[in-house]
Design a protein. Sequence first.
Length: 369
Amino acid sequence: MDRLDTLRGPVPPRPHDARAIAALAANPGCERRAVLDAAGVDKDATAAHLGFPAPFGQSAFAITRGNAFEALVKENGCAELLRLLRDLLGLPVESAGYTDLGDMAGDPPAHRRHEHTRRLIDRSAAEADDDGTLYDHPLLRLEIAGHTAYLEPDVVAFRLGGAFHVVEVKSFAVVDGQAEPEKVAAAARQAAVYVLALRTMLEELGHDPLRVSHEIVLVCPENFANRPVATLVDVRRELAVLRRQLARMTRVGRIVDALPPGLTFDLAPGPDGAPARPVAELRDAVRRVDARYAPECLSTCDLCFFCRDEAAGRGSTELLGRQVRDALGGVATVDEALGLADGSIAPGEGQEEIARLLRLAGRVYAEAG
Ligand code: SF4
């Protein structure tokens, strides 16, 4: 891991939260992201120093609305949530218990809170009774390329029959039974991180990890009112991508070995507190690692504006989205695609079929226009 420390420079590794881990699954093919995350580089600070600050951050209104909705779902020992779970999972409200795992004296460090969660989940998993129990504020853990990430899901519900369901409370609205697909996908990716962390915990404790359901409970406000509605979301696909990406990060050594020796994304502060590294040097360092820009990066990765600018500079077909890029397989730039379409560029070896389709599309557009 020495090489990863050199890449990061003399600053502590950036801890991974569930949102950051979930985002790994959003663009699994990107080496740049895999290397920066494995080294624990602060991508937000990197993007800001490069002059392309990340577009994330919720408005104060959205944060207040989100907190108010979560408080509503959880008030009176999660009474409203129990009602929803009873309908969705067949959980008998009268027999469900409520345990606040965050309720510990003092302000214990994360590893002590995690141990507390482990003890109670272990006990709960060992009990064979059919009572439901809601665990609020559990602290879970995942190893990410040698670093420990502590994660706090909104709630874990223990269902009848011994299965655990992760519950994710989100404040985006479900209107007429539909929510914005991108927001549901992001929530599913985040919940998959919790499912994986809880499965890992059960496995370490000697229980069957598959007792943690791949169906998570997504709780959102319905029709812009604050009335919560719960839906089951299958996160198997997100789990598979996440596992692949985490395994890839532990094997990131192969990518790192191919990088120039001494390469670093060092952001150590100078006397004024700002990173001392000249911007041009940092830009060159970041560009040494291949990126795989896709429009999805705009909602998931701090470096999105930097990578988009880089892809635009190359006229890359990546800018048009994964589907178009994959359909144009082997055609690297928009100019090349246009040249193949109007016949001004002769197709290279293996490009005959895509050139034929582009010419056909060009003719259709010309006739329609
Ligand atoms: S924004 Fe850049 S570094 Fe991040 S995932 Fe996309 S291409 Fe990779």
